[in-house]
Design a binder for this molecule. Structure first.
Ligand code: PLP
Length: 280
């Protein structure tokens, strides 16, 4: 089955999908993106992802080439063409190709790209054992709520984590944990689900919202307040949330054991509710 490419409304095999070397996404990182996955072949919370794409694009004054219904149709068509049991859809929208100049081109013709690849589920062994994470200085820009393609700090952080044998890097700004390089972070502290509040410092994760919804409907109390690193390290349980990691227990931060070093009861229960919600 060929991986699917899509450029400005045209589907084609991924290896034939190209954009100009003058594309502003390539030259300036002047663009936004989304990652969506399917469960049982259906895109999961596509509306929320498209709403965030719309918000990100608006925040960088980038006009959307299509309305939500049209994006939705393109995503469904891409998934159908891929024909995979489960798909991972990547959408990217940039300010298009223009002679290189920092300010916006006089007339913007955005570049819209989509790829559809097979989605391989996370290793269940990793879910069962939990993962280790390391912390990194959060030297990203001040608008991490925009899902911008400028991912250099995230790339550097994840590579450092990988080199040091950790699964994810947690960003820390002013002694407070913001989020992971591609995930949001939660602590379970005295039975309460704690996570960094939304704002310019973190990406408002689609999965984060679902976790908070599950926690509330399970009768757990929830606190969206700043998370000092020392508080997170001494939490009873820690977990990550994200489209690809779902709900993933963390058992060590910077080599220090969380709780008893095993995925906690509340984390496992939220992960299980999430799997049921996703239909898995
Ligand atoms: N935070 C960052 C920096 C991310 O890149 C991501 C996802 O890629 C998330 C959080 C989780 O967001 P979502 O749950 O929408 O996948």
């Amino acid at each position: 089955m060929p991986d699917i490419g899509f450029v400005n409304g045209r589907f084609l095999p991924l290896e034939e999908a190209t954009v100009s070397v003058e594309d502003r996404g390539f030259q300036f990182g002047d663009g936004v993106y989304e990652v969506i996955r399917t469960y049982h072949g259906r895109p999961f919370h596509l509306d929320a992802h498209l709403a965030r794409l719309e918000r990100s694009a608006k925040a960088i004054e980038l006009p959307l080439p299509w309305n939500i219904q049209q994006w939705t149709a393109h995503v469904h068509e891409g998934i159908k063409r891929g024909g995979y049991a489960e798909s991972k859809v990547y959408l990217q929208l940039t300010r298009g190709a223009a002679p290189r100049d920092h300010s916006f081109p006089a007339s913007t013709k955005p570049t819209a790209v989509m790829t559809v690849r097979e989605m391989r589920p996370m290793d269940p062994a990793l879910q069962a054992s939990g993962v280790t994470v390391m912390t990194m200085d959060d030297w990203r820009w001040g608008r991490c709520d925009i899902k911008s393609v400028n991912l250099l700090p995230n790339v550097m952080a994840r590579q450092k984590a990988k080199t040091e044998g950790a699964n994810e890097a947690l960003f820390v700004r002013g002694g407070r944990v913001t989020e992971g390089s591609s995930s949001n972070v939660f602590g379970v502290i005295k039975g309460r689900i704690c996570t960094t509040p939304t704002g310019p410092g973190i990406l408002p994760g689609v999965t984060r919202v679902l976790v908070l919804r599950i926690a509330k409907s399970s009768g757990l109390s929830v606190s969206e307040t700043e998370l000092p690193l020392r508080r997170l390290i001494s939490a009873d349980e820690v977990f990550l949330s994200g489209t690809t990691v779902e709900v993933l227990p963390v058992v060590r931060i910077d080599g220090r054991r969380i709780g008893n070093g095993k995925p906690g009861r509340i984390t496992r229960s939220i992960a299980e509710s999430f799997r049921l919600m996703a239909g898995g």
